[in-house]
Design a protein. Structure first.
Ligand SMILES: [Zn+2]
Length: 298
């Protein structure tokens, strides 16, 4: 038996929207995704094949209001219905109640307990380490998941060695820091770097929150550029990939797919799985069910 591996690409703020002029997914040039899906990633798109699953799943989790990041990401990375626990959707960074859920069942801690070798692929800048403060209110769910597992954060040195991927895919946000020695890279190479982590690790998580930032600004030009960058990144991620390495893509809530509004949406979010485990995720209908889907199969 070949060992299953999984690379979870978390894109913040990506839903499946109407195919109209406000949806950059409808017009962006995404040849890699198009050829996999046979069309655009929009409302109603479904693919059920032996090596590819694409469907829309619920991010509202039975709680009224528009889904938000802290509760949505806690649901993704702990498998717990976080908005139900709070009684509402909670934005941005996790509060004390969510942190205690994460400390119990962080994806990295859970992986450790199951003897699954995991890594958070993202790199952290020197600024993060210099101003490190475990009591801050400003750490993301993924950072809290790392702290809960006592895991080692990737540095920009790891990034420079191709052993990490920056949250912006191409390192463009690092170019304003003089002397950091980290060049920008093409998205294809970032995808390859992420893929190659699967030789060493069984579960790899990567987070990109650029689509949520762009969605809040309702910027069609940047949205289109991001999706085209992401498509090249995806090509790098799947080129020469073995079938036992599974690429899972999902989100915490919609946003980018509807630029008629600068807020989040209640749209279904995509569940994309490319690899031999694809059929195993066909029963996942909500974002808090992805976690069990992962651990039942690794
Ligand atoms: Zn947001």
């Amino acid at each position: 038996m070949v060992k299953n591996k999984l690379i979870f690409v978390f894109l913040d703020g990506i839903g499946m929207g109407k195919e109209d002029g406000y949806n950059p997914f409808a017009s962006a040039l995404m040849p890699t995704l198009d050829s996999l899906l046979g069309g655009k990633l929009v409302r109603g798109t479904e693919v059920y094949k032996n090596n590819l699953l694409v469907k829309g799943i619920d991010a509202c989790l039975g709680v009224s209001g528009v889904p938000q990041s802290a509760t949505g990401q806690t649901a993704l990375f702990t498998g717990v219905n976080a908005p139900e626990i709070l009684g509402h959707h909670y934005p941005a960074y996790p509060n004390k109640e969510l942190i205690s859920v994460i400390n119990e069942r962080s994806i990295f801690k859970y992986a450790d307990e199951q003897n699954i070798k995991s890594i958070f692929a993202n790199s952290y800048t020197d600024g993060f380490f210099k101003s490190f403060d475990v009591n801050t209110d400003n750490y993301s769910v993924t950072t809290r998941c790392m702290l809960a597992a006592n895991s080692k954060f990737n540095t920009t040195e790891d990034l420079g060695r191709g052993k990490a991927v920056h949250w912006d895919i191409t390192n463009f946000t690092l170019q304003d820091t003089p002397g950091n020695g980290i060049p920008s890279i093409v998205p294809y190479m970032a995808g390859q770097n992420l893929l190659h982590l699967a030789t060493e690790y069984d579960l790899i998580l990567y987070e990109c929150f650029l689509p949520d930032l762009i969605g809040h600004r309702k910027d069609m030009e940047k949205a289109t550029a991001f999706l085209e960058t992401f498509d090249s990144f995806l090509k790098g991620l799947i080129d020469e990939k073995s079938p036992n390495v599974n690429i899972l893509i999902s989100s915490d809530h919609g946003n980018l797919e509807d630029l008629s509004t600068g807020g989040h949406t209640k749209n279904l979010v995509p569940l994309f799985c490319l690899g031999s485990l694809a059929p195993e995720f066909s029963s996942v209908n909500r974002i808090d069910q992805i976690f069990d889907g992962i651990f039942l199969n690794l």
